[in-house]
Design a binder for this molecule. Structure first.
Ligand code: CUA
Length: 331
């Protein structure tokens, strides 16, 4: 219906029509009140105009019912908009557990994409239709903003942090990808395309070309190249904590508080090791700031994610996913 209209791009993801419905409602509501108020101003202006030069207006005392009405009705409308948009916000900001993860690194002035299986692309993002996709994004330099108008998703991409968006494309095709945050003099050239393919075509694309192996495999290589494995030994005898099963777990720190070992925690532990020292260990790890790129950090994170404890499945860290009998007696 909106196809081809630059002001209202095609709706090509599962949330697009929900975003549009809210947006159209807000526009319609605004137009209604603009028309009502402007219409009444003009109508009253004419109806109650001064008819003789010496005419004096009648004194008006407040109308209680009117005042209650114009307070309560907007309150109900505003709270309705709040509930509606909060519901949509939560749906858009909570990636489903089964979403396929893809990493995005922004830099002046390009988008670099890394798939878990090892495919990399620049200013292009290939995804399968009908599959939930989560993007984990960061920036090498300044703040960028990843925006796919046809999917109605957009998020800042911030140096030193991971932000995420998720979506499910509903139609194969090629869609526009923009940077939506002014990031330097070639900001307007920081564009690309999102290529939504049928699952079979996507599989063919994924396995075509030169694959450098999975991200986790690249991370494992880096882990030994940087000699991380001399301290982070798997047998718990190392000078650093063993990393098996760490991802997604709760870690007790020297400071007495607990941390959740998510992507941001692993990133910080590599770049600023002293910030969160695991209880029982010394703050002796050197920083790797400047030694590893954002893309290498993602490889290391994928490697740590791949180190699962025996019996730990990919979903084991999510509540409700524990298999029956998983809590076997220890003795
Ligand atoms: Cu990157 Cu604008």
């Amino acid at each position: 219906m909106w196809s081809g209209n630059p002001l209202f791009p095609e709706a090509a993801s599962t949330v697009a029509s929900r975003v549009d419905a809210l947006y159209i409602f807000l526009v319609a509501l605004t137009l209604f009140f603009v028309a009502l108020i402007a219409g009444l101003v003009i109508f009253f202006g004419i109806k109650y105009r001064r008819r003789q030069p010496d005419e004096i207006g009648a004194r008006i005392h407040g109308g209680l019912i009117l005042e209650i009405a114009w307070s309560v009705i907007p309150l109900i409308i505003s709270l309705g908009i709040f509930a509606w948009s909060a519901d949509l916000f939560f749906a858009m900001s909570r990636p489903p557990d089964e979403a396929m993860n893809i990493y995005v690194v922004g830099k002046q002035w390009m988008w670099k994409v890394q798939h878990i299986d090892g495919q990399r692309e620049i200013n292009q993002l290939h995804i399968p239709v009908g599959r939930k996709v989560k993007l984990t994004m960061t920036s090498e330099d300044v703040i960028h903003d990843f925006f796919i108008p046809e999917f109605r998703v957009k998020a800042d991409v911030i140096p030193g942090r991971y932000t995420t968006i998720w979506f499910e494309a509903t139609k194969p095709g090629t869609y526009r990808l923009f940077c939506a945050e002014y990031c330097g003099n070639k900001h307007s050239g920081m564009i690309g395309e999102v290529i939504v393919q049928e699952p079979n075509d996507f599989q063919a694309w994924m396995h075509g070309g030169l694959s450098q192996g999975s991200l986790a495999a690249a991370g494992e290589q880096l882990f030994s190249d940087l000699a991380c494995n001399t301290c982070h030994r798997s047998d718990t005898q190392g000078r650093g904590p063993a990393l098996t099963g760490v991802y997604g777990s709760t870690v007790a720190l020297m400071s007495g508080v607990n941390a959740t070992a998510d992507e941001a925690y692993i990133r910080e532990s590599i770049l600023t090791p002293a910030a969160k020292v695991v209880n029982g260990f010394q703050p002796i790890m050197p920083t790797f700031q400047g030694l590893v790129t954002e893309e290498q950090l993602l490889q290391l994170i994928e490697y740590v994610k791949s180190l699962k404890a025996p019996g730990q499945t990919a979903a084991a860290s999510h509540e409700g996913a524990a298999a029956p009998g998983a809590a076997a007696p220890a003795h």
